[in-house]
Design a protein around this ligand. Structure first.
Ligand SMILES: Nc1ncnc2c1ncn2[C@@H]1O[C@H](COP(=O)(O)OP(=O)(O)O)[C@@H](O)[C@H]1O
Ligand SMILES: [Mg+2]
Length: 330
């Protein structure tokens, strides 16, 4: 659906150059809710804004629905952009217009007949559950309601793709959840491809089926959300997952392993089996269950006193039983 090839972005101000994106390659499939996470300044906004050429890429290609946007001139670009909706952190609503007029705005821009505008806007108001707010002004709405208007407006021209730049970052956790549920719902019902930019792992966990971690203009890691959560590779990914949060490092002796249990592995008594089969003591340091897109992933950190040879056998044993293992202290 979206194919980003060798994308780079350099901002030039006078003699200063800021390299915001370095040779990015990404493929986002139709129907994905694709998350891009990174710290402030990582290049997230630059990346998402290059997808609809709100920002001109310095080099590389962006294909949406097989059309290379980089080659398009004004009129064709406007047409292609119609099929790419976008929502923002600060909503970007028109304050002097009512909710109805805000949602109608992109339809007016392309000369949609009044009757159809009315039908479409009313339908969109229903979709975002704001029918009772059609004739109020944005200043009378809560943050969550404003973002619903933003979503309805972004959907007005029936886009194939919805780009969300920190769309929930100005909202409280409960409202964030509601907006994410709405996006998930729209993704299911309309099979709309959604790209979500965020600095919060909670957002990714809640709705994204795939995720890329952006650091300093590079993609540090990319994969299915479940894989990334159960076996993060890169330090920046671990930072976002908060994997080592409760570990009192200085007190720990022996070997320390992070274990991730998914679907099949969670129902077996593997820990008691290895203590028996390998005749060792296992000390459980921490454990929790995370829910990622309604899938339970058990996380266990264990410590044991074994030599390297046996450690390898134990790791093999776990992996044979679909437990992902990471040795964090040898
Ligand atoms: N218009 C601009 N002019 C110059 N530098 C910019 C501009 N926009 C972003 N940058 C720089 O590019 C880098 C990436 O920024 P941005 O894409 O906004 O990151 P993020 O959204 O992850 O916080 C930062 O170093 C930022 O200062
Ligand atoms: Mg940003």
């Amino acid at each position: 659906m979206i194919h980003i090839k060798n994308l780079s972005k350099v901002y030039t101000k006078g003699r200063n150059e800021v390299v915001a994106l370095k040779d990015i390659n990404l493929e986002i499939k139709k129907g994905d809710i694709y998350g891009i996470i990174g710290l402030s300044g990582a290049g997230k906004s630059s990346l998402i804004r290059c997808i609809n050429r709100l920002e001109e890429p310095t080099s590389g290609d962006v294909l949406v629905n097989k059309i290379n946007l980089i080659h398009l001139k004004n009129k064709e670009l406007r047409k292609a952009r119609k099929k790419i909706g976008m929502i923002f952190q600060n909503f970007n609503l028109l304050h002097s217009k009512t909710v109805f007029e805000n949602i109608a705005f992109p339809l007016k821009l392309v000369n949609t007949p009044e009757k159809i505008i009315k039908e479409k806007v009313n339908h969109l108001l229903e979709l975002v559950e704001l029918s009772d707010k059609a004739y109020v002004y944005p200043s009378q709405l809560s943050g969550g309601q404003k973002q619903r208007v933003g979503i309805a407006r972004a959907l007005a021209n029936e886009p194939d793709v919805l780009l969300c730049d920190e769309a929930t970052s100005a909202l409280d956790p409960k409202t964030t959840k509601q907006i994410l549920n709405l996006l998930k719902n729209i993704n299911d019902r309309l099979n709309l491809t959604i790209v979500i930019i965020t600095h919060e792992m909670e957002v990714i966990k809640e709705v994204c089926n795939r995720v890329a971690i952006l650091e300093g203009g590079n993609i540090a890691e990319e994969g299915s959300t479940v894989d990334i959560f159960s076996k993060p590779q890169n330090p920046i990914t671990k930072h976002f997952i908060n994997q080592d949060e409760n570990l009192p490092k200085s007190f720990i002796k022996g070997k320390v392993l992070h274990l991730s249990f998914t679907q099949g592995s969670a129902t077996q008594p593997l820990i008691s089996q290895i203590t028996r089969d390998f005749d060792i003591d296992v000390n459980i340091l921490s454990g929790k269950i995370e829910y990622i897109q309604n899938q339970a992933i058990g996380k266990l950190t264990i410590q044991m006193d074994v030599d390297c040879h046996r450690l390898l056998d134990i790791i093999k044993y776990f992996e044979k039983n679909y437990v992902k293992v990471e040795v964090i202290k040898q």
